[in-house]
Design a protein around this ligand. Sequence first.
Ligand SMILES: Nc1ncnc2c1ncn2[C@@H]1O[C@H](COP(=O)(O)OP(=O)(O)O)[C@@H](O)[C@H]1O
Ligand SMILES: CC(C)(COP(=O)(O)O)[C@@H](O)C(=O)NCCC(=O)O
Length: 387
Amino acid sequence: MDPAATSQISHLALDIGGTLIKLVYFSANGDHCEDSRSNEISVVHGKLCFAKFETKKIDDCLEFIRFNILHHSGVQHQNGMAHDKLSVKATGGGAFKFADLFKEKLGILLDKEDEMCSLVGGVNFLLKTVPREAFTYLDGQKEFVEIDHNDLYPYLLVNIGSGVSMIKVDGDGKYERISGTSLGGGTFLGLGKLLTKCESFDELLELSHHGNNRVIDMLVGDIYGGTDYSKIGLSSTAIASSFGKAISDGKELEDYQPEDVARSLLRMISNNIGQIAYLNALRFGLKRILFGGFFIRGLEYTMDTISVAVHFWSRGEAKAMFLRHEGFLGALGAFTSYKTQSHNDLKSNQHTVQRPILNCSGDNFRHIPVTSNLNDSETIECSISLV
Ligand SMILES: Nc1ncnc2c1ncn2[C@@H]1O[C@H](COP(=O)(O)OP(=O)(O)O)[C@@H](O)[C@H]1O
Ligand SMILES: CC(C)(COP(=O)(O)O)[C@@H](O)C(=O)NCCC(=O)O
């Protein structure tokens, strides 16, 4: 393997969702070593890099791929003669919706991976490979959880994207989508834009940060004259009805502060998802609930609301956990699915494309990582083997 060639290697996978396009690609450091067991295998050190674009700005994403020449790292189809036979792993609805666009603009075929399968693959990869990936968040405390690989399953994966999917995971590639709700991140952003006139997700989050949901939410105490309803375990400060105060306040939307509206909205969506997640965990006796999707964005208020909902409804029985790479689960799953290409295919193709083909075997991926560190820019240091 030519070291100069390995220094440029980049391998790409995409998750094209309803709101965001997520990219995961491997970028080599430039150093590599031959595997002592076989002179046909090279180990390449590098890092997994992450990028995201709004789906409505797909042209920016295409330009990013073109500028960084990521599309040339695709796997060449058998019998493929030209670059238009290169294919890149892709998941999410956009892998179907935008397949023609990718072919037309970049000359690549999107090799479609099932969205649920990719989400599960991404989580399992992270939990097994990346230290300090999963954590709990309660009472303002973030605590990393190292999960024993032999005691990983079962768990409930709740992916909060535009909509929400809830998947019971029983093993590697063993899963079932058991529930979902259309009240997800898209609802938060869509309603938020209409109600607050904000222009972006970040702006909506910033607003929510400064708001007070009690201005607009109807609390138990508002209904019960300031007292708890202790007989059924509801404190006076619990939300009885999200946005309920707007019924009788005699106010127009303009009379409320956008900050307070944003806060109530965030609380409503997070609380609802936490509660549905708990109910589904209860249905199947699952104790561990992992939350992913770009809606969370590591936001303390969101994680706290979800954690409190799960803790409250399960009376402390179930645990909400979060992931550092929450938004890239599907893309990571699609990335690791390159392993399903047979070695022979990859090897023979090595001579027909300009760039070396990576063997992203899941097993190699798991065992070879040097440091598997996560640095500030959220990259994951790792190594992969080339055939
Ligand atoms: N920069 C952003 N722009 C738009 N939405 C964002 C952004 N960051 C986080 N979000 C939230 O994440 C959701 C999308 O999450 P994601 O997991 O990418 O789902 P999808 O695959 O449906 O696009 C949005 O609906 C929104 O609530
Ligand atoms: C259709 C979807 C799987 C698409 O995934 P997304 O782009 O939202 O991440 C998801 O939006 C979803 O599961 N919606 C909830 C549908 C329901 O169960 O009511």
